[in-house]
Write a protein that binds this ligand. Sequence first.
Ligand code: AGP
Length: 606
Amino acid sequence: MCGIIGISSNQPVSSDLINSLSKLEYRGYDSAGLAVFSDGNIIERKTQGKLNNLIQRLKNDPIDGHVGIGHTRWATHGIPSEKNAHPHSSSLVSVVHNGIIENAEEIKKDIKSDYNFLSDTDSEVITALLTQNLNKENDYYKAVSLTVQRLEGSYALAIMFKDLKDTIIGAKKGSPLVVGRGEKGSFVGSDTIALSSVATEVCYLEDGDIVIVDNHNIKIFDQQEKSVNRDYVNFSISQDDTSKGTFNHFMEKEIHEQPRSVGDTLRQFIDYDNSIISNPDLKINWQKVNKVHLIACGTAYYSCMIAKYFFEQQSKVPSECDMASEFRYRDPIISKDTLYVFVSQSGETADTLAALNYCNKHNAETLSIVNVVNSSIARESKHIIYTKAGPEIGVASTKAFTAQVITLLSLSIICGSSKDLISNNQNQIMCKSMLTSPKIIEEAIQRSYALKDAAKELIGSKGVMYLGRGTAFPLALEGALKFKEISYIHAEGYPAGEMKHGPLALIEKGLPVVCIVPSGPLFHKTISNIQEVIARGGKILMITDDSSLQSESENIWKIFRLPDVDPILETLIYTIPIQMLAYYTAVELGNDVDQPRNLAKSVTVE
Ligand code: AGP
């Protein structure tokens, strides 16, 4: 999704704007632009493509000034192009926008005669309305307030009026907007990462807020146009967190961070005095939870599918999962004795936030598992658990997923223990196992280097199937998603037992099939399914473990072995090779691993 930045500084602003835009690149984009107050005018520079194009444009044609706004655009309405890039400006005002204006066409029709639209975007209607309202009201705050009241959909705005020197006005509804302050001045941005090099304190705007920012002070007004104070929190994101370090890609770095991120996330659930899994700070009355309903998107949804097994196995609580984009459109029945769990790395995913708001409207008991502190989903939830994965920059989610899995496993054990279904001794045994997960993940990473060659052989495939049973089925879905979203090769995850009901028709000689087959109760059943695939020429890459009975055979292309683990840790460990296989394939193809085409890191539109 788009990223916005606004800076009112006591120093030249162009380089800080570019620096903040570079930190917003991870969100995914296809054009970029900025505008700066300079000698009483607003000067724009906009380019299609990567940020380097804008940097080059600025080098050739610099702009002096201390106040400016910037934008990375992820196209929704209007193709990626210079004219559709933000800012959108008139003779009076310049605007950058993150979100979608759902009534843009209606607004355009109303004001077409008064305004000469230059772009094909929905966002430009904001510029048109601001211009019209300023001419009418001759009051900057009023012009913004009247404009946002007319907008339907979502927006985070940074606005500069030509005659309102050194000031930026921000407004927020449905898309995140953070306000920051630091030595150089005051700022607004889409997230804290964008402000990480200029702000030392941040606060989070609420829907309906309007903020007036100039270098010396910040004034916030709420939906009722009352002046309000939002709490500032000290803030620092280490440079390490937002740099690749010694790795080639953020995704590679974040895969390697998983021993630490899983360990850090798990730590909040360890009662070291009693060596059990617990979390007294989480004020959920598990005794009253008779059902768990998990809701998320994409990779986060697959961690929910795995959690369904955890909750039913560990706490005998019926559980179900929903993709957030489908959930509220089926008019779900919200029940009092159900715990609604929302899982999201960014905490800003529009579909997940909308599903949460639906549940809140029905006074449901809500818990969110989120990686970004104070994100919208976190702030709208009754209960919140933060995964401790640290900023995840690569669009393909890796360390956030394993952090979600260890969190959901811990919660299922806490729920089972609260219902006296797990004895203290059983809890201690599982706790001891879980404490080994960082070490075993590290071992899995080291072994996965061997998949580099296999990845090379996947290039040119027509597609790749991923198969698994039990919790290996959501892993098959996750493996296929990781693979397709960065290699651009079609991949499909399927329950191994379902192949004979249709998809077996896809199998032809040489089609790669990744089979996730831990030793255990489903091993032989899955092997039978694999034999069906082998018999039709499928090229099997089997991911199994050291004690698996499967021997190398001419029918199996490759066997990749992981260390034997406690079954409750399987999904954590088996994730690693499927992440690395996708990563190596994308690198071999020369794709933009961290910012794959068409995708965004935080999907703040429905
Ligand atoms: C996963 O690799 C994708 N980037 C995507 O499916 C992502 O998991 C999904 O958009 C949900 O994002 P969230 O966890 O921030 O809500």
